[in-house]
Design a protein around this ligand. Structure first.
Ligand code: N01
Length: 538
């Protein structure tokens, strides 16, 4: 059962589906479409191997902030039993090894062409096929295109004056090359988000001197990285059915029960007790969503959590001036950070903190970084400056739907996506973790979306349908829902990549459905294909 046919006239290879990206999303998409539906599938991946985010983000200290037992696929029971882990969290090499194993286990690599970037994809309204072009000169057609381009994957390097003049080494964390040696060197890290916090903590003991250029201080809690005993792992593996049921019906899908208690209904002593227990347990999402149910929405509850972390910073950091600089004063409302000794790092003699909100970065010089208070001489500059998140990789592709409309035109007022997976005017184009998808531990959301996509393709094949496209009404309503939900949270009151505020000129717009994975799954199940228009083959 396949749509595929060879085009003997033009010699252009024709596939049922082209999958872009070989990360968690792309690998599973190929598995579902090729191994389960028997379709003729071609994958393209710009890296030399599989892994996606975990192929590129090889910076020192890279670790998932989601507990090991739920940072994996759930779809294969044998895989869940066979593949194991050592610690409460997985390092980047461990995650990459897992994805390589999955690719081999399900024979997925053979469907991918690596070191190949998709540069254009145009929908042809006469043939109802996507015409896809790569940077290696490939030209193919496909009935469906499935984009697993990564949510946090297009690197953002701020346009600092003089960057090209720097005589030392410079790296972005999200494109970290092999063989970087920082030993004994004068290193500067710009950026203190999740990535900066991990990098800074990991490299401080190794470098000669570390200068941290901080624009915004961060709330971070301990990650709780520790070994897991054989008994704990056996117990988890025995209970996976129950675990996934809980994860997929929860909000953030991190493998813990979210709290249903409001912080403002309990005493200050009880708040302290709960926060202290969560601090000792570890985990950013656990601290924000496992302690109380209103930290992300109620300013008073938020202040209680924020204040607890502020006090911890002052207890940990010995120099009061440094502690003050490290202490945020605004809402605790970014994607919650966790660390493995971040604040302690600033007690080291070889680490110094520069507040670049007070002393702006003026330029990169041949010798280092110049701020308004002087020049910092460095051997290495590390940009931990984040990503052009969500739509960053889409807008780099010449992606055109009906009537030649480009994705840039379509998203001029901010990116949209009905259910985070589809767009009007872009028939048969699916996105995994596209705009306005769930804000969660990403692996169960990826599985949810890939399964919906493959079920949809199967439904279309069985019903002899040629195209699927959301209605404008459904897309607008979904956007309005995402917007109203996001605006009800304190996240919308803070500048971060979640709303696109991290890149100058990027449209500030809602980019996530914050209603939780459980509600998202119920929605897509109940809605069925109500918000979609299909065309049937003549
Ligand atoms: O990126 P970010 P990230 N001058 O955008 C600063 C996921 N992730 O890579 O806050 C000076 O959060 C910027 O300053 P400010 C996770 O979802 C997961 O760290 O904008 N500084 C900020 O400090 C996370 O949320 C994991 O004022 C500049 C930093 O650079 C997401 O990726 C690990 C600047 C960027 O922080 C993004 O995290 C890592 C400038 N011109 C990442 N421009 C785990 O699973 C930017 N900055 C653990």
């Amino acid at each position: 059962m396949t749509y595929h046919k060879n085009d003997s006239v033009t010699n252009v290879p024709e596939f049922d589906a082209v999958v872009v990206g070989a990360g968690f999303a792309g690998l599973y998409a190929v598995h579902k479409l090729r191994n389960e539906l028997g379709l003729h599938v071609r994958g393209y991946e710009k890296g030399t191997g599989v892994g996606g985010t975990w192929y590129w983000n090889r910076y020192p200290g890279a670790l998932s902030d989601t507990r090991s037992f739920v940072y994996r696929y759930s779809f294969d029971k044998a895989l869940l039993q066979d593949w194991t882990w050592k610690n409460t969290y997985l390092t980047q090499p461990e995650i990459l090894e897992y994805l390589e194993h999955v690719a081999d286990r399900f024979d997925i690599r053979q469907s991918f062409q690596f070191s190949t970037k998709v540069t254009a994809a145009h929908f042809n309204e006469e043939t109802n096929l996507w015409e896809i072009v790569t940077d290696r000169g490939d030209k193919v057609r496909a009935k469906f295109i499935v984009n697993g381009l990564g949510l946090l994957s297009a690197t953002n390097v701020p346009n600092f004056k003089g960057r090209e003049t720097f005589k030392g080494e410079q790296y972005h964390t999200g494109a970290w090359p092999a063989g970087v040696d920082l030993n004994g060197k004068r290193v500067g890290v710009i950026g203190t988000g999740s990535t900066g916090v991990q990098t800074i903590t990991a490299i401080a003991p190794e470098v000669g001197h570390l200068t941290v250029f901080q624009r915004s201080p961060q709330y971070s809690v301990p990650v709780g990285l520790r070994p897991q005993s054989e008994e704990e792992i056996t117990e988890i593996k025995k209970n996976y059915d129950e675990i996934w049921k809980q994860v997929k019906s929860s909000a953030v899908a991190f493998g813990f029960e979210e709290s249903n208690i409001s912080a403002v209904t309990v005493s200050k002593e009880e708040q302290e007790r709960v926060f202290e227990a969560a601090w000792n347990e570890g985990g950013g999402f656990y601290f924000m969503f496992g302690t109380f149910n209103d930290i992300a929405i109620n300013p008073e509850a938020n202040e209680a959590a924020a204040n607890f972390i502020r006090k911890k910073i002052h207890e940990i950091v010995k120099d009061p001036k440094t502690a003050r600089k490290l202490t945020p004063t605004d809402y605790y409302a970014k994607r919650p950070l966790c660390d493995n000794g971040y604040y302690q790092t600033f007690n080291r003699d070889n680490v110094s903190l520069v507040d670049v909100k007070e002393n702006l970065i003026v330029e990169i010089t041949p010798k280092g970084v110049r701020t308004t208070d002087g020049e910092y001489e460095l051997d290495v500059i590390i940009y931990a400056t984040g990503f052009d998140a969500v739509e960053g990789n889409y807008v780099k592709i010449d992606l055109r739907g009906r009537g030649g409309v480009s994705i840039n035109e379509k998203w001029a007022d901010g990116p949209t996506g009905y259910l985070g997976m589809t767009n009007t005017d872009f028939p048969n184009m699916f996105m995994v973790l596209g705009p306005n998808g769930p804000f969660t531990n990403l692996t169960p959301s990826i599985e949810t979306q890939v399964e919906w996509i493959s079920d949809t393709v199967k439904y279309m094949m069985e019903n002899n349908m040629t195209t699927i496209e959301p209605t404008q009404e459904a897309e607008n309503e979904w956007l309005a829902l995402c917007k109203s939900m996001a605006e009800a949270t304190l996240f919308s009151k803070i500048e971060s990549w979640i709303f696109g505020a991290n890149i100058p000129g990027k449209k500030n717009a809602v980019r996530f459905y914050v209603g939780g994975l459980g509600n998202y799954r119920s929605f897509i199940k109940e809605a069925g294909y109500k918000g979609f228009a299909f065309d049937r083959a003549a």
